[in-house]
Design a protein around this ligand. Sequence first.
Ligand code: AOF
Ligand code: ZN
Length: 368
Amino acid sequence: MDTTTELDRRFMAACIRYSRRHLGRTGTNPSVGTLIVADTGDGPVIVGRGVTAVGGRPHAETIALAEAGERARGATAYVTLEPCAHHGRTPPCAEALVAAGVARVVAAATDPDPRVSGNGYRILRDGGIEVVSGVMADEAGSVLSGYLTRSARKRCRLTLKLAVSADGMIGREGEGQVPITGEVARAQSHVMRAEHDAILVGIGTALADDPQLTCRLPGLGDRSPMRIVLDSRARLPLESRLVRSIDLAPLAIATIAPESGNARHLEGAGARLIACEEHEGRVALPELLEDLAALGITNLLVEGGAGVARAFLDEGLADRILLFESDVRIGPNGIAAPVGRASLPAGYVPAGKWRFGADRCFEFVQEK
Ligand code: AOF
Ligand code: ZN
């Protein structure tokens, strides 16, 4: 029986928003949120909150219970993921909730980790806690989806981001970076970088644009994810900005030529070489996504260019597409966008839309 109330949904919505806080910073662990809500007599009050710590431990529940202290007794805990049932550096979160005297747990998604998967709920129920699961599971799933993709498919989740001009272009031939979106959308795209574990571009974009691909927003400067260049022949120049900024964020080269002279020089400069399987002279993409997952990358943001975007789309590997649309016109010598709102491959459904200054952003996700 569903015993949730409108208030439960409001607290769960807040808990899901809070859970985003450490997206991109928890390694292979999902960024989970917990709110502990006690009825103080004046109505329900949040007495403890937690989000999985940077690096993945402590878990959200541990942090929230520590803040709540004695006030957890008789309270309701909202969790975006089933509390864990396995022993890590601390006892299982499910046991900790029982020990703290929590009366009720409202949970969103079930944890697919085989050590947990239903065992967390069982410990709670055996401990006398009322459990309601599956509350706003889809909404929580959008924050957890990298983790859910990695555990279901053994590969990282790929978001393809494109900024498209009013005349359907993503740049101008031979001109490097051409501004398409405005300042607000650009700031937003830096937030998106921070929420991913790695950003990938093709060697074509790396050569043409000489990008740095760091997260440059006040307060988020330390949140630059790993930069990855899809570079079959390991051609990235040592004097590129990507290499020169290696002290700001890690750099990896996904290549089928890890033994080449330049590859060795890149490694010497501090880049990580990812030796990839070959498919028709290029990096095999499905296997690359598996290799990245094995390296601990859960959420991958692909930022360009057109060829790389098309290659991932052709193989059906883009789990999510973010299309920024601007009113800027590129005109002659434009590079056509590999995909637009009117030309999405089959199987994508709208998942959100926003306005950033004068620009619009449309989110589509691949139907499972
Ligand atoms: C929770 N709360 O905040 C998170 C959970 O390596 P460990 O011991 O930290 O375990 C990782 C697993 O813990 C991960 O696969 C997932 O099942 C769970 N994540 N669980 O109770 C949390 N982040
Ligand atoms: Zn836990």
